[in-house]
Design a protein around this ligand. Structure first.
Ligand SMILES: [Zn+2]
Length: 338
């Protein structure tokens, strides 16, 4: 049959050639897809590295403020979408030096009756200054002096371990009328969030120390270390649910924040006034969206030198706008991420 059926051979040849080109086309397509995916991955990687290594504080703060602000806009424009439950992004996962770097995406949360923190459009905006992680040798006296100068009360979420070594500062803050609230004893994420029992043990240990210093049981006001959306609890929502249930059962109130002084910025710090003006703009923006209860997160530690530096300009700005300053109590509106 050799040499026979030339037409059939021709057809086979053509088919093979067609298949060859088809395969090449397919390979080309696959290659283009791979290149495309690599490009996307590269862009994402560069973005991540940029975020993680953003050492220039102004861009770092501006970036975080922008994220914060776009969330507020989104939640105001689309109130039916509960972004808070779907978005919980940590721009910086750096829990070594200063772990309070979780970026909150929820600004105001509904209270038990389903209302936002303050829904009365005519209500005077209320600012709740909160200082975490103290008392500290260098910052606490400065913060207390500034608050005293303006006759303003604030809420101190103190650490049991810090209170133990500086009881006189806790006493001084309480005597000046500030609220001494609970931030746990150790600030050690791994052990505190290991189980609901370890969380409560840490909180009770802090409470016992405060009771000893104050000569009375402190009000049961608490802030989770890293906030309620801290990564340890995002990974273990069952532990969070159990902690929150126990806290409610024991009569505690816990508060996150909806404005951040961003004083956890990496070293070296920004110019004086940068954090303060950012915060002032953030507060005004939130108020312009109808949020009337602003819980400000700031820190009271020796390394947060910008907190006392910029505090007067924050207070003066808020006073000039007619906002009032309040402390957190058992009756304050809810401010919880989750
Ligand atoms: Zn803290």
């Amino acid at each position: 049959m050799q040499g026979g059926y030339p037409k059939l051979r021709e057809t086979r040849k053509l088919k093979r050639r067609k298949m060859f080109y088809q395969q090449r086309r397919m390979q080309g397509k696959t290659a283009r897809k791979v290149i495309g995916l690599c490009l996307i991955a590269a862009i994402l990687a560069i973005g991540t590295v940029y975020l993680a290594t953003a050492q220039e504080n102004k861009s770092y703060i501006a970036l975080r403020s922008a994220v914060d602000s776009s969330f507020i806009k989104a939640s105001v424009l689309f109130p039916f979408i509960n972004l808070s439950n779907t978005l919980s992004v940590e721009l910086l996962v750096e829990e070594t030096a200063e772990p309070e770097l979780t970026v909150p995406f929820r600004t105001a949360s509904p209270n038990e009756s389903g209302e936002a923190m303050a829904s009365d459009p005519d209500a005077t905006p209320r600012i709740y200054l909160t200082f975490d992680d103290g008392p500290s040798a260098s910052s606490t006296p400065k913060i207390l002096e500034i608050l005293d100068k303006y006759s303003i009360r604030a809420t101190f979420f103190v650490l049991g371990s810090q209170a133990e070594s500086r009881p006189e500062m806790v006493k001084a803050a309480a005597d000046a009328g500030h609220v001494i609230a609970n931030h746990g004893y150790s600030h050690d994420y791994a052990s505190v969030y290991a189980s609901p029992e370890s969380f409560m043990q840490d909180a009770h240990k802090c409470e016992d120390i405060l009771a000893g210093i104050l000569g009375r049981p402190p009000e049961r006001i608490l802030r989770f270390i890293g906030g309620t959306t801290v990564s340890q609890l995002e990974k273990n929502p069952d532990i969070r649910n159990s902690i929150q249930k126990t806290l409610v059962d024991e009569g505690w109130r816990y508060f996150d924040w909806n404005a951040d002084m961003y004083d956890s910025v990496p070293e070296p710090g920004p110019e004086p006034g940068v954090l303060g003006s950012q915060l002032n703009a953030g507060i005004d923006e939130k108020i312009s969206y109808g949020i009337k209860d602003i819980v400000v997160l700031a820190h009271d530690t020796n390394v947060k030198v910008w907190t006392p530096t910029d505090l007067p300009m924050i207070i003066e700005h808020c006073l000039s706008k007619g906002y009032s300053f309040e402390v957190l109590t058992g009756k304050s509106p809810e401010c919880v991420f989750r």
